[in-house]
Design a protein around this ligand. Sequence first.
Ligand SMILES: Nc1ncnc2c1ncn2[C@@H]1O[C@H](COP(=O)(O)OP(=O)(O)OP(=O)(O)O)[C@@H](O)[C@H]1O
Ligand SMILES: [Mg+2]
Length: 326
Amino acid sequence: MSKAALVAVQNLGVEFATRRGRLKAVVDLNLAIEEGELFCLVGESGCGKSVTALALMRLLPEEALQSGTVRFRGRDLGSFGWRDLSGLRGSQISMIFQDPFESLNPLMRIGDWIRETLEAHRMLSGRAARQRVLELLEEVRIPDPERFAKSYPHEASGGMRQRAMIATALSCSPSFLIADEPTTALDVTTQAEILSLLSDIRKRRGMTVLFITHDLALVSQIADRVGVMYAGRLVEVAPSGEFFKMPQHPYSRALLECSPRLEVLGAPLAAIQGEVPNPLARPAGCAFHPRCPIAVERCREEDPALDHRGGDESHQVACWEWDKWL
Ligand SMILES: Nc1ncnc2c1ncn2[C@@H]1O[C@H](COP(=O)(O)OP(=O)(O)OP(=O)(O)O)[C@@H](O)[C@H]1O
Ligand SMILES: [Mg+2]
């Protein structure tokens, strides 16, 4: 890998103890996110994208069993105490979610909310903090920051609330931003505005971004690299151009074929046959084999690891039959 990894994930596993048994939400995930890149994580609902993001932040609920290592700038977050982690989240890593309403405090004016975050992490207070809030609101293109700072979350539109969340996330000047479906709840026009805003901020601040989305058309526009998750595993990782030109995993191809705004493979729009497997009962072998159009005997028995199968260092796939398409 040419550039330094800002975030390096090794053998990440996340299990939940449920009444019906152990639910494997993330299985043996390895990933290095490079400094400055925008990495998109895609996959159907329930594949483990959000759980992976929360594991990186070490924000999983207590009942989650997290294994493996997550390193940030080479430091193992597993060795961090509560205070160190909280410091890191306040100064280096931030996250924005799909529904900003859940993250803002409904009883607090938006400006006070952002100011509290500033005061908690950056030790700014009084007039300096208030001034900084206005600057942040300006940075996220709020037309009248003074007035907006005095409003409550329910008075703001979805797009404005997401801007407020982005301002809160930026308040600690993070070098790494995780955006978990930040535009899914918004209408198309607002989505485009928020995306262009995020893209500008990222360029200006030189942030590294992990962007989680279902929208492959969007991925094709913004991603430097793409990672595809299926049933808790990363099944393909590739530079964006490479991925859209020549996806190697049958699941990636299926996702592309049923993506409404893309006609990458020239195939008619189709739905992927079958369903994502129940995480309490993963199929033996490759978890995708029951839905896979090209599965062979080996796929039912052995689970392929994510590897550079075609000799291209940057393109990894977890499939025995990856070269069927070539
Ligand atoms: N606190 C929890 N307790 C038990 N199971 C959980 C918990 N959180 C997540 N899961 C399970 O972990 C799996 C992965 O969930 P996750 O939220 O990461 O999916 P996702 O890829 O983000 O889906 P979506 O696209 O719908 O957001 C799912 O089967 C989910 O039900
Ligand atoms: Mg999710």
